[in-house]
Write a protein of this length. Structure first.
Length: 100
């Protein structure tokens, strides 16, 4: 399985109401210095209906300013639909972060 496919499979395991970071995904896949590659994989997500790339935020909990599937407001709405509180386009990682 290639790295992108591994990213997509890992994303599918994030529980409802939780988020993760680019770095958390990279570390979980054994490539801790590959968070930018994770970001690119999400940007070219072939199936956003099944692969929840909206659940990924940066290391500070901020949403993606250029969310590839509709912009930051869409990402915010998707997160809020799962009960995740978004304040100033930021998620509180101490509350909502999923650890792999």
């Amino acid at each position: 399985m290639d790295f992108f496919q591994s990213v997509y499979e890992l994303l599918k395991t994030i529980p409802y109401g939780k988020v993760t970071t680019y770095g958390d995904i990279a570390k979980a896949l054994g490539r801790p210095r590959s968070s930018r590659i994770v970001g690119y994989a999400l940007h070219v997500n072939p199936n956003p209906e099944e692969i929840p790339c909206y659940k990924v935020v940066n290391r500070e909990g901020r949403l993606a300013p250029a969310f590839a599937f509709g912009g930051i407001e869409i990402q915010k709405a998707l997160l809020e639909s799962e009960g995740i509180e978004v304040v100033d386009n930021t998620v509180d990682l101490s509350v909502y972060r999923h650890h792999f």
